[in-house]
Design a protein around this ligand. Structure first.
Ligand code: FAD
Length: 331
């Protein structure tokens, strides 16, 4: 991923798309054809495939990653969590990723360990991964130690802070920051954020990283995570789960149309397009990326990408543009 980003010209924009493995074979068939359409029409720089906490989707995540990487030839990033799951699952996932030609891992902690009692070493079976993996940084270090530079590693960040079972009261980016620095210093190559709607909070967050005294984030890609609005109820549910705040003005626009699904989608596309345009303008990075949580859906993200001119030209279009350039006025 970072090689592809670095090969882009200065000032270029790029985007990535997230997909999760469907539960049924019918779902897989539907998603495969949608992915084929989307990859041809939208041309993402890369795609990511989620991993169920505790390894609950291990087989299906690898199956979907195989479709993306092998069948569709997409640069694929496999999400991988490390707590609450046997270490052999981590080893298998990394080995299989390598066999499939996948070069990118998003190294995550996943859900917090079930209880303090379970964290007591005496209670753990000999081979339990919880002995080795408590935080995402443990996985970053593990991958680097075992695979050297083979994998490009991404890590998660939270513009509005992170809270979970172990620290339900915390929702503070400043508390997370030292740990994010450590993840990058341990070998992470890029940072990808939780979804958000407060662009000002994102601006502040990215600035705090770029100017951090450690220098850890000076040049590393920081990719904001955006979730296209598919419906009023999905939006309310996902913002509650992720603790993303909905700015009052945005909520007013959506509240006004909440009973009309089509209008919610339309207003949602406008909102996301405005967010992308805002972030583009604030950008200090030489290449600006955007990551979209697609929820495996096609339309909303396609409209946003079109509106914001994020879809790269096909090779044929590039050639045609080059011809226009040399035969255009003035020659
Ligand atoms: P960490 O970096 O370990 O941080 C977790 C929390 O612990 C933070 O609050 C941090 O401040 C704190 N912390 C870190 N290190 C220490 C330390 N040494 N001492 C004390 N506190 C510490 N989950 C899934 O299950 N599957 C997925 O596919 C998935 N994809 C995701 C993709 C993105 C882009 C993001 C942003 C999240 C994703 N998640 C996924 C959710 C993620 O697993 C959870 O948010 C999890 O609770 C935290 O993971 P992390 O990698 O940020 O953990």
């Amino acid at each position: 991923i970072t090689d592809k980003i670095n090969a882009l010209p200065d000032g270029a924009n790029y985007f990535s798309l997230e997909f999760f493995p469907p539960k049924t074979s019918m779902g897989f068939a539907n998603l495969s054809s949608r992915l084929e359409r989307m990859s041809q029409a939208l041309r993402p720089l890369f795609v990511t495939v989620t991993w169920g906490a505790g390894g609950s989707t291990a087989t299906k995540s690898l199956e979907l990653a195989e479709i993306c990487q092998r069948q569709l030839g997409l640069t694929t990033c496999l999400h991988l969590t490390c707590t609450n799951m046997n270490r052999s699952l981590i080893d298998d996932a990394l080995e299989q990723a390598k066999v499939l030609g996948i070069r990118n891992i998003l190294a995550l902690r996943g859900d917090a360990p079930r209880s303090e009692e379970y964290r007591d070493d005496a209670q753990l079976p000999e081979e339990d991964s919880n002995r080795d993996f408590t935080w995402a940084i443990d996985l970053v270090k593990y991958i680097r130690a075992k695979y050297g530079d083979y994998f490009c590693i991404g890590v998660a960040a939270y513009p509005e802070g992170h809270s979970d079972e172990s620290y339900p009261e915390h929702q503070d980016p400043a508390r997370d920051l030292p740990y994010l620095v450590e993840k990058v210093q341990a070998g992470a190559d890029f940072v990808m954020t939780q979804l958000f709607f407060e662009v000002k909070a994102y601006d502040k967050f990215e600035k705090s990283l770029r100017t951090h005294e450690s220098g850890a984030f000076k040049t590393i890609p920081i990719i904001p995570g955006l979730m296209p609005i598919q419906s009023y109820s999905i939006l309310r549910r996902t913002t509650k789960l992720s603790h993303a705040k909905l700015p009052g003005k945005m909520l007013e626009r959506l509240d006004a149309v909440q009973t009309d699904d089509e209008l919610v989608k339309k207003v949602g596309v406008d909102i996301l397009s405005e967010m992308v345009d805002h972030i583009k303008k604030q950008t200090s990075a030489s290449r600006r990326g955007f990551h979209f949580y697609t929820l495996n859906l096609e339309k909303a993200v396609s409209h946003v990408l079109e509106n914001c001119h994020l879809i790269p030209p096909t090779l044929q279009e590039e050639d045609e543009e080059a011809v226009v350039d040399i035969t255009g006025p003035g020659i």
